[in-house]
Design a binder for this molecule. Structure first.
Ligand code: SF4
Ligand code: SF4
Length: 107
């Protein structure tokens, strides 16, 4: 797959740009705690081209992470792609908190 095709899998949900905790099989995402570079109004990264230099916590989603990273939510475009291709190997429960939203996903 070409780089542009891979990048286009991101649906810009922004969930990976918020504080999260992974505990055993549970993923907890706090929508009230975005990354300092997350532009909540426009729902995008304000330093996208330099994100890995500016933010040491920012991680590129590669195939390995799409397959195994437990901090990525089930609605992540990369996770969905990995599931469609039967290469997503971990299962997790999810809870999204903050901004009046409380959503629980049992995957
Ligand atoms: S630096 Fe990374 S984690 Fe922070 S908003 Fe940009 S893409 Fe998201
Ligand atoms: S969770 Fe996945 S789809 Fe959502 S912004 Fe992050 S990489 Fe993109």
């Amino acid at each position: 797959m070409k780089k542009e095709e891979w990048e286009s899998l991101c649906s810009n949900c922004g969930l990976c740009c918020h504080e999260k905790v992974v505990s055993e099989d549970m993923l907890l995402i706090d929508l009230s705690n975005p990354c300092e570079f997350y532009d909540s109004e426009n729902k995008c990264c304000s330093v996208y081209e330099e994100r890995f230099k500016k933010c040491h916590r920012c991680k590129k989603v590669n195939l390995f992470r799409a397959m195994f990273a437990s901090y990525l939510p089930s609605i992540c475009g990369y996770v969905r792609w990995a599931k469609e291709h039967h290469v997503r190997l971990c299962k997790e429960k999810e809870c999204v908190l903050g901004n009046g939203v409380f959503d629980f996903v049992d995957d």
